[in-house]
Design a protein around this ligand. Structure first.
Ligand code: NAD
Length: 235
């Protein structure tokens, strides 16, 4: 089948080899915290100091990591692929954009953005939020991480839905298939008649849904897949 339109979904696994820990480590915790304690609106209401400190640390840690071969390969595909392409990431790090990807949507928000709980404005932000800086737009000291927490609506869902409905190939990279709605994208793609490919370290919860799954580290699998796509226009 000739492939023209590609949608790629990435998760925490693509950044693991850059030194950014994945969501659920072997201990079931995210950087030592239960997800419910740092990644829900209820957690933020209950203990804003803990939650701000957690994301301030994640934001600061971005300065010490670099895009890896998988991020760079996807940026090359973005630059050289002549057809439609959309990279949807669940990641809140900035490694895809630093690698050079342009056709990119962050469906779960970004560490380097602050959201004002008073006026709703989103502002590029690389410093701390825990010391209550004023919103650059309305001056209220109510900035929070611009992160989509559990129970909140992911960003860009209309554009993502349209792209998946029109794609020929859907590729999922480094995601556990445990967080919805992203975990359901493979079914949307199948319903649209697209081929589906998983690239992940291990078999994931979603593996049986894919036409094909390749297992191994993203820094090996992704550059090899991109090379194949650019050479043969088929996966
Ligand atoms: P997850 O932690 O649930 O799953 C990560 C997946 O990556 C696992 O299936 C694992 O087998 C795989 N993996 C680990 N190392 C890999 C490697 N070297 N190569 C290929 N695959 C590898 O992550 P998720 O599915 O993205 O779950 C999501 C949530 O975690 C998202 O909402 C995201 O916002 C948040 N999160 C983001 C980051 C980040 O921005 N880098 C980091 C941690 C958590």
């Amino acid at each position: 089948m000739t492939i023209r339109s590609i949608v790629i979904l990435t998760g925490a696994g693509i950044s693991a080899e850059s030194g950014v820990p994945t969501f659920r480590g072997p201990d079931g915790l995210w950087e030592g915290h239960r997800v419910e304690d740092v990644a829900t609106p209820q957690a933020f209401r209950r203990d804003p100091v803990l939650v701000q400190r957690f994301y301030d640390a994640r934001r600061a840690a971005l300065r010490n990591v670099m895009p890896n071969a998988a991020h760079l390969a996807l940026a090359r595909l973005d630059a050289e692929w002549p057809g439609e392409l959309l990279l949807v990431t669940q990641n809140v790090d900035d490694l895809h954009e630093r690698a050079g990807s342009r056709r990119l949507l962050h469906m779960h928000g970004e560490l380097n953005s602050a959201l004002c709980a008073a006026c709703g404005a989103a502002t590029p932000w690389t410093g701390d939020l825990g010391d209550h800086p004023p919103c650059p737009r309305c001056a209220a000291p109510r900035l929070r991480p611009d992160i989509v927490w559990f129970g909140e609506m992911p960003y860009h869902m209309d554009r993502i839905g349209d792209a998946i409905a029109a794609c020929d190939l859907f590729v999922s990279i480094g995601t556990s298939g445990a967080v919805y709605p992203a975990a359901g994208f493979v079914e949307w793609a199948r319903d649209a008649g697209a081929s589906t490919l998983e690239l992940n370290l291990d078999p994931s919860a979603g593996t049986p849904m894919f036409d094909e799954a390749r297992h191994g580290p993203a820094t090996q699998l992704v550059p090899a897949w991109v090379e194949m796509m650019l050479r043969a226009r088929s996966y």
